[in-house]
Write a protein that binds this ligand. Structure first.
Ligand SMILES: [Zn+2]
Ligand SMILES: [Zn+2]
Length: 379
């Protein structure tokens, strides 16, 4: 029974409620046809009741005009408001919101704000109250607090109306009946549930209680953020202090090392000077590799004999230095690192064999081509 009017909107010409003597009736509650004595709640023109057939859902139709849209809307809205007035209230929707606050560190703190759906029973219910720039379809008053109710019959944007309601210092709810079918409207129990209690048809436009809870949560989160920031700052300061301390230590170590190395270089120079004064080194007579191998063997045997097998090896020139040496006495390689090693007591028996396959003489020449100080000859 849908007709398509000239403007293209689909429109149900069936009217769910007829009005007689100020009361709304469903079509099955009155006589059939014109005998129903009902008028349209919208345009107030006479209605025909159609409740005769078995297959037809009881409804009203205009006797003449068929382009009245207000009949449907006014009837459903007034019937809904009448139910709220009869009960002096309705079930309020649940409320759920999450608030958050961000700390200095960028970390976010969250809090859920919610309360359950609950029925409200007022002291009185006023119908269709003009609030100036918006109409409340019902106003439920309970101990001096007012709840504004909007009944939505067609699905269309209510944004501007709700903006006006948000400026009013009272809680307001929307009951959305736009999803109801004609059949559901016609069944009193289904309609009553949709109007009074179905959680899916109601939502808050504005909840003063919700706003109060949100404000409280925001205040609490603000206090938490202050504590959180203070702890974070404290921890940051502590880590910074550790970092500073470590840097100072490292700098002191580096300075100490540089001073020790400078002193060592001075010692080397003096030793080299003394060796030159004594006519050492002797002029290279054999090949450089052979000479360097001899020096390595020389120092290894010295470690076994004179240093109790303890020595420190230079990673650059591969010459053994006395145990405890921090720097190499012989070369001036910047790449030199010193490693403690143990020399077996019987090394003399195998040292020449070992040297034959050793890369140390070549490595020594490559990394420390000249020695500043010559090891003392081993006798
Ligand atoms: Zn009408
Ligand atoms: Zn060295």
């Amino acid at each position: 029974m849908l007709v398509l009017p000239r403007d293209g909107r689909m429109q149900d010409v069936r009217i769910p409620f007829g009005e007689r003597d100020g009361t709304l009736f469903r079509a099955f509650e009155v006589e059939n046809g014109l005998a129903c004595g009902c008028i349209c709640p919208g345009c107030r023109k006479p209605l025909n009741a159609a409740n005769g057939g078995q297959k037809v859902i009881p409804h009203f139709r205009h006797v003449q005009s068929e382009d009245c849209v207000r009949g449907y809307k006014e009837g459903v809205r007034r019937a809904a408001v009448a139910l709220i007035a009869a009960r002096r209230g309705l079930t309020l929707p649940a409320f759920s919101r999450q608030v958050s606050a961000t700390a200095v560190s960028g970390h976010s703190l969250f809090r859920d704000v919610s309360f359950q759906a609950a029925p409200v029973i007022g002291d009185s219910v006023k119908r269709f109250v003009d609030l100036g720039d918006v109409v409340a379809h019902a106003v439920v008053t309970a101990s001096n607090r007012q709840l504004l109710v909007r009944i939505k019959v067609f699905s269309r944007a209510e944004h501007e109306r709700y903006q006006r309601l948000l400026r009013i210092e009272a809680s307001s709810v929307e009951i959305d009946l736009s999803g109801l079918t004609f059949d559901q409207i016609n069944v009193p129990a289904a309609f009553e549930r949709a109007v009074l209690s179905d959680p899916n048809t109601r939502s808050w436009i504005r909840s003063l209680r919700g706003e109060m809870l949100i404000k409280r949560a925001v205040d609490e989160l603000g206090a938490e953020v202050i504590v959180y920031n203070a702890q974070w700052e404290q921890e940051r300061t502590r880590l910074q202090a550790i970092e500073d301390e470590r840097r100072v230590e490292q700098e002191a170590k580096a300075a100490e090392h540089a001073a020790a190395l400078a002193a060592h270089r001075q010692t080397q120079l003096e030793a080299a000077e003394a060796q030159r004064a004594n006519g050492i080194p002797v002029k290279e007579e054999r090949g450089a590799r052979e000479r360097r191998e001899e020096l390595i063997v020389n120092q290894t045997l010295r470690a076994a004999r004179d240093w109790g097998g303890q020595a420190v090896e230079c990673s650059a020139c591969c010459l053994l230095n006395p145990p405890g040496s921090e720097f190499c006495l012989f070369c001036t390689s910047e790449a030199s690192t010193m490693t403690r090693i143990l020399v077996p007591a019987d090394i003399a028996a195998t040292i020449h064999l070992r040297m034959r396959s050793s890369a140390k003489p070549d490595r020594s020449l490559r990394m420390a081509s000249t020695l500043l100080v010559q090891p003392d000859p081993f006798t």
